[in-house]
Design a protein around this ligand. Structure first.
Ligand SMILES: Nc1ncnc2c1ncn2[C@@H]1O[C@H](COP(=O)(O)OP(=O)(O)OP(=O)(O)O)[C@@H](O)[C@H]1O
Ligand SMILES: [Mg+2]
Length: 507
C-alpha cells in the first residue's frame, strides 16, 4: 500500500504545525522522518492515522483520496500508529490487550479468548515478535511492551506502520532487536514511517529520509550518502557540535555522599545493593549501565521519591536520608526525572505553572499568601527563550507542547534554579540534536558554577562526553568506577562493566 500526503496543513491557533506538506510513503520501504522538536512530525502522523483532521490538503491511498473522521477510520484503511507513550492496560495480558476493541466473539457474543490467542500467536510467528501472549503487560520490559503495540496494529491488518520515536526508551540491545523486526515487516511489504532523534539509527534503518522544519519538508535524502553532520544541519539549519567543550574539572567539597545504601522491593529483593558514591562540587559524575540495573532506584533514593532500607545520604553536610522531596529541593537539589510525565510536569497546567512547579512557594514568587503571577509569567517566558522551548505562549497547557519541548521545559526549570546539586536522569530524552548540544553546555556550566552534577543516562556517548568520573551500575550495585579526566576512560572497559564483567570487584 502506498500513501501520499498532498498539501497537508494543520494549525493550532496561531501555530502552523504542518504547512502544505507533501510526502510519499511506499510499501516495502522505511521512511525516516527527522526534524527539530516542534517541527510537526507527530502532528503530521496524527493526521495520517486519523487522530487529527487536516485543515487543508489530502491523503491519498494507492492514488485515491481518503477522509478520516477518527483513528478508527485510519486503522480501517490500514494505517496503524504506535505512539511514543504506550497505551496498553498494565493489568491485562498481552493477548487481551491486543484484541481489546476488536475482540473476536463467540456465538453468544462472549469474548473468544482462545481464538484471539491463536491469532496473536500467528502474527507473533509471522513477524518474529517473540511476545508471550499470556503474560501481564506490567510484567514485561519496555522493549517487549513496544512489540505488543506493534502486534496490536498488525492484528488490525495495518499495512502502514507509523512508529513515533519508538527507540527513545529502548536499550541498545532492544534497539538492535527492534530493527530486526522492522526489517521483517519491510520484507513483508509493509510501509514504515520511523521517527527518531538518533541520527545514526535513521541512517542505519531507513531507505529514504525526509526532514521537516517548522512545519515544512525542507530536505530529502539518501541514507547511503548522508552523514550525521549533514542530517543535523538539515534539521537545525546550522552545523551542530556533537562534543561538548569543557575544561578539566576542579572538584571542591563533597556535595553528595551515599554510604552503604540499600533499597528493597515488596518481596524484599535488593534494588540497591549497598551503594556508596560521592559527587563533589565542580564535577560531573556519570552513572552508566544498562537500563534496569538500579539507576532508577538510585535517583529515587537521592531525590527522596523512595525510602531507603538502610544506609545514609548526606547532601552538602546535612543528613537527608529521611528528608522529603520538597525539603531536598529547598536545600538546592535539582532533579530532571527520567519520565517527565510521571514526575516532571503536569500536562493540564500551563507552561508558566509548570516552570514554577516546585518553587512557586519561594519568597521570590510569593508575597505572603499571594503568588506574584506577573513574575511567574515573566520568568517562564525568559526560561522558554533561554532553552528554546517552542510555544506560542506560556499560557498554553504543558501537554500541548511537542514531546521534546516538554522535556526542555522541565530541564529549563531545573537548571535555571539556584542549586547545589543537579541530578539529571536521561536529560536529553526526546530532544533534538541542536537542543542536546545546548543542554549539555548548560550541564557543564552548572558544574563550572560549582554545582555537583550527577548524570544518569542509557546513552553511553552522553556519559562519556560529559562526565569527569564514571560509575557503572549492574544488578543494583556499583561495580566499577572510572576516572574520565580529559576523556581518558576506556569505552570498552565501561561497556564490559555494564555487561556485568566486573561484578564483585567494585572499584
Ligand atoms: N494539541 C495541540 N494543541 C496546540 N498545539 C499543538 C498541539 N499539538 C501540537 N501542537 C503544536 O504543533 C507544533 C508541532 O508539534 P509536534 O508535536 O508535531 O512536533 P514534533 O515534530 O513531533 O516534535 P518533537 O520532536 O518534540 O516530538 C508544536 O509547536 C506544538 O506545540
Ligand atoms: Mg513528536
Amino acid at each position: 500500500m502506498d500513501v501520499e500526503l498532498r498539501g497537508l496543513t494543520k494549525r493550532f491557533g496561531s501555530v502552523v504545525a504542518n504547512d502544505h506538506v507533501d510526502l510519499q510513503i511506499r510499501a516495502g520501504e522505511v521512511l525516516g522522518l527527522l526534524g527539530e522538536n516542534g517541527a510537526g512530525k507527530s502532528t503530521m502522523m496524527n493526521m495520517l492515522s486519523g487522530l487529527y483532521s487536516p485543515d487543508e490538503g489530502e491523503i491519498l491511498i494507492d492514488g485515491k483520496p481518503v477522509k478520516f473522521e477518527g483513528p478508527g477510520d485510519g486503522i480501517e484503511a490500514g494505517i496503524g500508529m504506535v505512539h511514543q507513550h504506550f497505551m496498553l492496560v498494565p493489568v491485562m495480558t498481552v493477548a487481551e490487550n491486543v484484541v481489546l476493541g476488536v475482540e473476536p466473539t463467540g456465538r453468544f457474543g462472549h469474548l473468544d479468548i482462545k481464538k484471539a490467542r491463536a491469532q496473536v500467536e500467528e502474527i507473533n510467528q509471522k513477524y518474529r515478535l517473540h511476545v508471550p501472549p499470556d503474560e501481564l503487560i506490567e510484567e514485561l520490559p519496555v522493549g517487549i511492551q513496544q512489540r505488543v503495540e506493534i502486534l496490536k496494529v498488525l492484528f488490525r491488518s495495518a499495512d502502514v506502520l507509523i512508529l513515533d520515536e519508538p527507540t527513545a526508551v529502548l536499550t541498545p540491545q532492544e534497539v538492535h532487536e527492534f530493527f530486526g523486526i522492522v526489517d521483517t515487516l519491510k520484507k513483508a511489504g509493509k510501509a514504515i514511517v520511523f521517527i527518531t532523534h538518533k541520527l545514526h539509527e535513521v541512517l542505519e534503518i531507513s531507505d529514504r529520509i525526509s526532514v521537516l522544519r517548522q512545519g515544512r519538508i525542507t530536505g530529502e535524502g539518501d541514507p547511503k550518502t548522508l552523514t550525521e553532520a549533514d542530517l543535523a544541519e538539515m534539521m537545525v539549519g546550522r552545523p551542530v557540535s556533537f562534543t561538548t567543550a569543557k575544561e578539566p574539572a576542579k572538584p571542591g567539597r563533597t556535595m553528595l555522599e551515599m554510604s552503604d545504601v540499600t533499597m528493597l522491593d515488596e518481596a524484599d529483593e535488593m534494588l540497591l545493593d549497598h551503594v556508596s558514591l560521592t559527587v563533589r562540587s565542580g564535577e560531573v559524575v556519570g552513572v552508566a549501565g544498562v537500563q534496569g540495573n538500579g539507576q532508577t532506584e538510585l535517583v529515587e533514593a537521592i531525590t527522596g521519591l523512595e525510602r531507603v532500607a538502610s544506609g545514609k545520604i548526606v547532601f552538602d553536610g546535612d543528613d537527608i536520608t529521611t528528608a522529603s522531596v520538597r525539603e531536598r529541593h529547598k536545600m538546592g537539589m535539582a532533579h530532571i526525572p527520567e519520565d517527565r510525565h510521571k514526575s516532571g510536569m503536569v500536562d493540564s497546567f500551563t507552561v508558566a505553572e509548570n516552570m514554577v512547579l516546585n518553587s512557586y512557594y519561594s519568597p521570590y514568587y510569593s508575597k505572603g499568601w499571594a503568588i506574584d503571577w506577573q513574575k511567574v509569567n515573566e520568568t517562564a517566558a525568559r526560561y522558554c527563550v533561554e532553552f528554546d522551548v517552542r510555544t506560542p505562549s506560556v499560557f498554553l497547557p504543558g501537554g500541548a507542547l511537542s514531546g521534546g519541548n516538554q522535556q526542555k521545559m522541565v530541564v529549563a526549570r531545573e537548571l535555571e534554579r539556584e542549586t547545589k546539586l543537579v541530578v539529571a536522569s536521561q536529560p536529553t530524552r526526546g530532544v533534538d540534536v541542536g537542543s542536546i548540544e545546548y543542554i549539555h553546555e548548560r550541564l557543564i556550566a552548572s558544574r563550572d558554577e560549582g554545582d555537583g552534577v550527577l548524570i544518569v543516562s542509557s546513552e553511553l556517548d552522553e556519559i562519556m562526553g560529559l562526565s569527569d568520573r564514571i560509575y557503572v551500575m549492574y544488578d543494583g550495585k556499583i561495580v566499577a568506577e572510572f576516572d574520565n579526566t580529559g576523556g581518558k576512560a576506556d569505552r570498552n572497559a565501561v561497556g564490559l562493566a555494564m555487561a556485568g564483567a566486573h561484578e564483585g570487584e567494585a572499584a
